[in-house]
Design a protein around this ligand. Structure first.
Ligand SMILES: Cc1ncc(COP(=O)(O)O)c(C=O)c1O
Length: 412
């Protein structure tokens, strides 16, 4: 007898659905494809020699301690280091405000598990990071998108949305944001807007989940102060990550937040995994405290800046001028907007794959069916040469598409 899994799954498991985008990854990540799709860090930058040196030292000097479980909150020295780092960036954190998690994605999952009831609206940026929306919807939350422009989230629309929801008898508790070099748009929310959003959070009693995996990868100027540094009430849960500035394979990130929240997260984490990767925590701690990772991030900035510059220059040169793209000051992504006269980006992706180039079309980043004529391009992984070749091939394709759309329009 075949097992009826759909009936066996608990009600809450029905909210867990895959993203549309992951289904394309088997197509976009083939070796012959020049891929601008994945948001992975460039693996050629992983400091393998340094990692094996430190792991050997850690095992030789204290094999038992290094390989044992850590407390659920995480390795004390790493938490102390991260509290100091948060303080240097302007937020008054102590060790008790920090918990280590398995990458910021686990942080998102745990926070959503604790804060979101099924059916509750949750404010998100529009477009929003797919993994963030996935965590929200997997606990039955309903993402409510607030549009962005090049200055980030639009606070006036945020307030209107809050008022509208209030009239319907609903009070969202959470706003989820990637304020620095946003995934997928590359936008950074300005300081002025952060202050207004902070004030709205106070007035409407919102918790802000500030997800900041890209903030240190800043290619010009400085990022504005974080929400957590502007917060005076403990209403920001900040997520940091070693994935983009070091390596994703150790799965180490952290949450900084108010003690009652951190304590509850610790209890929730106990039933998820007991503790994060012990060896990875010691590795991250050692390289952070030595100052190695600060130097590494400086090298990454130079490296990714060249890739960003190459992608923007190639888009400028090869794309028809009516195709618009964002100019990110850091991070991995630029956001491309096609005119309405073009076919949807999903169809453009299929044509691009025939020419062995991939990107991510926009709908998956929207909670409401928008984004049909948008796409995310990542410049983090492709080589400088592939960036030029891939964008040139797409430029040729887009000129053909535009001519065809023009001919169709002329024939009525
Ligand atoms: C905005 C954002 N948040 C969280 C994550 C997950 O990162 P981590 O590897 O720390 O779990 C990513 C990964 O791409 C991301 O882009």
């Amino acid at each position: 007898m075949s097992i009826g899994w759909q009936e066996l799954f608990a009600r809450r498991a029905r909210c867990i659905t895959g993203s549309q985008i992951r289904q394309y990854f088997s197509l976009t990540e083939k070796p012959e494809i020049i891929s601008f799709a994945g948001g992975f860090p460039e693996s050629r930058c992983f400091p393998g020699e340094e990692i094996s040196r430190v792991i050997t030292d850690l095992i030789t000097s204290d094999c038992r301690g290094t390989l044992q479980y850590t407390p659920t909150e995480g390795n004390w020295d790493l938490r102390t280091y991260l509290a100091g780092k948060m303080q240097r960036e302007g937020s008054p954190c102590g060790v008790e405000n920090i918990i280590i998690v398995d990458g910021s994605q686990q942080g998102l999952d745990l926070i959503c598990r604790l804060l979101i009831n099924p059916g509750e609206p949750v404010l998100v940026e529009e477009p929003a990071y797919i993994g963030g929306m996935g965590a929200i919807t997997s606990y039955g939350g309903i993402p409510v998108g607030i549009p962005m422009d090049s200055q980030g989230i639009m606070p006036d629309i945020m307030e209107k949305t809050l008022l509208k929801l209030r009239k319907q008898g609903q009070s969202p508790k959470v706003f989820y944001t990637v304020a620095n070099f946003h995934n997928p748009t590359g936008y950074t929310t300005s300081l002025e807007r952060r202050k207004i959003v902070m004030e709205l959070a106070r007035r409407y009693n919102l918790i802000i989940i500030e997800d900041n995996p890209y903030g240190e990868l800043c290619y010009e100027g400085e990022v504005p102060p974080s929400y957590i540094s502007l917060d005076r009430e403990g209403r920001v849960a900040y997520l940091g990550s070693y994935s983009k500035t070091f390596i994703p394979g150790i799965r180490i990130g952290w949450i900084a937040g108010a003690v009652p929240l951190i304590e509850k997260i610790c209890l929730a984490k106990q039933t998820a995994d007991l503790c994060s990767n012990s060896l990875g925590q010691r590795l991250a701690c050692h390289l952070s405290r030595e100052g190695y990772l600060d130097r590494h991030v400086k090298r990454l900035i130079g490296y990714y800046r060249r890739k960003r510059d190459a992608m923007l220059a190639a888009m400028e040169q090869y794309f028809p001028p009516e195709i618009k793209f964002s100019r990110p000051g850091g991070g991995f992504f630029t956001w491309v907007t096609f005119p309405r006269s073009y076919p949807p980006a999903r169809e453009l992706l299929m044509l691009a794959l025939e020419r062995k180039v991939a990107f991510v079309h926009g709908e998956g980043f929207f909670s409401n069916g928008g984004g049909t004529h948008c796409a995310r391009f990542s410049f983090s992984q492709a080589s400088l040469e592939d960036i030029d070749t891939g964008i040139r091939r797409l430029g040729e394709l887009f000129y053909e598409v535009r001519d065809q759309a023009g001919r169709q329009a002329a024939h009525g």
